[in-house]
Design a protein around this ligand. Sequence first.
Ligand code: 5RP
Length: 219
Amino acid sequence: MNAQDLNKKKAAEFAAQYIEDGMTVGLGTGSTVAFFLDALAEKKIDFIGVTTSNRTAARGAELGMKIVDVDEVDHIDVTVDGADEVDTYLNGIKGGGAALLMEKIVAKNSNKNIWIVDQSKVKPVLGTFPLPVEVVPYGSGQLARKFEREGLNPTLRLDQAGKTLVTDGGHYILDLHLDGIASPECLSDYLSKEVGVVDHGLFLNTADIVIVGGDKIEV
Ligand code: 5RP
């Protein structure tokens, strides 16, 4: 296992201590969350998992977890998810794994949000990581051209076979290649108002706790 994965695993295993018997737990998506699912399975506690992607639902079921959709629960005690970048205000970019829409819905419906990251993801300013924007397929070409004109450098995300990636919600992703985001709030407002944008990967004022895996764990 490389150093980054080891640090992801450390953060994920640390997060497992926040989960108690009887809780309803939002389960994020990604490689760090995969370590968290393994750590949870080892705890052998009884909980309900709320999924944020088909991938997480499948892995959770494989591990013998009870996995439900967000509409099947009346509350979510805590959600544990990864992130692509986190700044010192605990704002972040998510969506590298194309699950940002369900992740944001689950996060917004959670009493507490915990992010698990390796230390390389902590940045003074967000925006080195391309910002994912989930868009409706119809008109996505026009939207991409508009973003291009506005200097947001969009690229249409492709899957491993080189075809247009389609999210679990049936949408496309435009990744914006920005050289740092000076005002995440302004960009978030701008993107949210664009017709055809379903949601974007700026998660502002969402995380309550960030667990950073490195030589030691920082919370
Ligand atoms: C998926 C996400 C992931 O949480 C994010 O991409 C981090 O992934 P990983 O843990 O594999 O580094 O937002 O949409």
